[in-house]
Write a protein that binds this ligand. Structure first.
Ligand SMILES: *Cc1c(COP(=O)(O)O)cnc(C)c1O
Length: 348
């Protein structure tokens, strides 16, 4: 029996084409800058994102951390959303390793930060205050239901940042999903930001890695930070090879995952006790809450769904996240809806 694993798009294992490319990749010592496959991936990623340079890093977390450490001194402040991955899910790395002071402001339900909230959070030049150094956004916004930020909004935040001498970093872990959802070129979507991290190892299906992109001068600084963090790898071209396949073959097909997320939401919407977040899923994520009248919580339901070979992510006592990806086909969507009907149907 195949397992339908909707917990995350991080569960994607590499495609046969990736394994083939990994097996045959040309490699060298990347600490000497001599891995041709890593160099190729970095150039390709930078070109796709319309930035001068790219840096291959082991994880999205390290990409964000290297970027923020490259911009900030100890005691500097970063303005970011209180529902962002950097604030919630990166183990406090910016504070632990960089002495960087987070200034969390509310994420709106659509993943944005209100421009007025940002404006108010920017510190005045007063020796009592930390120095505001940067603003960070997240696109797509994971905890806000996979919400998509537009290029216009991103430009407005960039304008605000730049007018105040700040930089704008984008945690674009799923930026290719965002560009797909908006049907725009990814480079135009990230044109306003000074730097961007994206993950190869999520919906793009590669087994390992992220790429940080920005100006040549910025990437040179981030490169040194990556070394400090222990992220200088050697013949990691075997990993980058999968990333190249991901950009060529997987990025263009993400719309399929978005259609399946909408179909999944459509099927679940009719099941009594299931409360879907309002609106259609914006990208590849479906969030749902169990109604209070159901006598089981999300953990119980997840356990029973597992009995039907369906794995879901429990995000709070009554709430789930389901994420579509390359290895979830139409049949899997159908089977998942059936499993929910079976598990929850007994109570209606
Ligand atoms: C997964 C994720 C990251 C971090 O990536 P890892 O490779 O897991 O370290 C950063 N931001 C967002 C929004 C993510 O979903």
């Amino acid at each position: 029996m195949t397992i339908i694993d909707l917990r995350s798009d991080t569960v994607t294992h590499p495609t046969p084409a990736m394994r083939e490319a990994m097996a045959t990749a040309q490699v060298g010592d990347d600490v000497y800058g001599e891995d041709p496959t890593i160099n190729q991936l970095q150039e390709m990623a930078a070109e796709r994102l319309g930035k001068e340079a790219g840096l291959f890093v082991p994880s999205g977390t390290m990409g964000n951390l290297a970027a923020i450490l490259a911009y900030c001194n100890r005691g500097d402040e970063i303005i970011l959303g209180n529902q962002t991955h950097i604030f919630l899910n990166e183990a406090g790395g910016i504070a632990a390793l960089g002495g960087i002071h987070p200034y969390p402001i509310p994420n709106q339900p659509n993943g944005t930060l209100a421009l007025d909230d940002i404006r108010e959070a920017i510190r005045s030049d007063d020796p009592h205050h930390p120095i505001t150094r940067l603003i960070a956004l997240e696109n797509t916004h994971n905890c806000c239901g996979g919400a998509v930020l537009t290029a216009e909004y991103t430009q407005a935040v960039a304008d605000l940042a730049h007018a105040n001498g700040l930089v704008l970093h984008l945690d674009g872990a799923r930026i290719f999903n965002a560009a797909t959802a908006l049907d725009v070129d990814v480079a135009s979507l990230v044109a306003p930001v000074d730097s961007v991290t994206f993950c190869l190892s999520k919906g793009l299906c590669a087994p390992v890695g992220s790429v940080l992109c920005g100006s040549k001068e910025f990437i040179a600084r981030a490169h040194r930070v990556r070394k400090q963090l222990g992220g200088g790898m050697r013949q990691a071209g075997i990993l980058a090879a999968a990333g190249i396949v991901a950009l060529h073959e997987i990025a263009p097909r993400l719309a399929e995952d978005h259609v399946r997320a909408r179909n999944l939401a459509q099927g679940l919407r009719n099941i009594p006790g299931v409360i879907l977040d309002s609106g259609e899923p914006a990208s590849n994520m479906v969030y749902l809450t169990l109604g209070e009248d159901l006598p089981l919580n999300a953990e119980d339901a997840a356990r029973r769904l597992k009995g039907c070979h369906v794995l879901v992510d429990v995000v709070s006592p009554r709430r789930f996240r389901l994420v579509t990806h390359y290895w979830i086909d139409d049949q899997a969507i159908h089977s998942t809806i059936e499993a929910f009907e079976k598990v929850l149907g007994n109570y209606s």
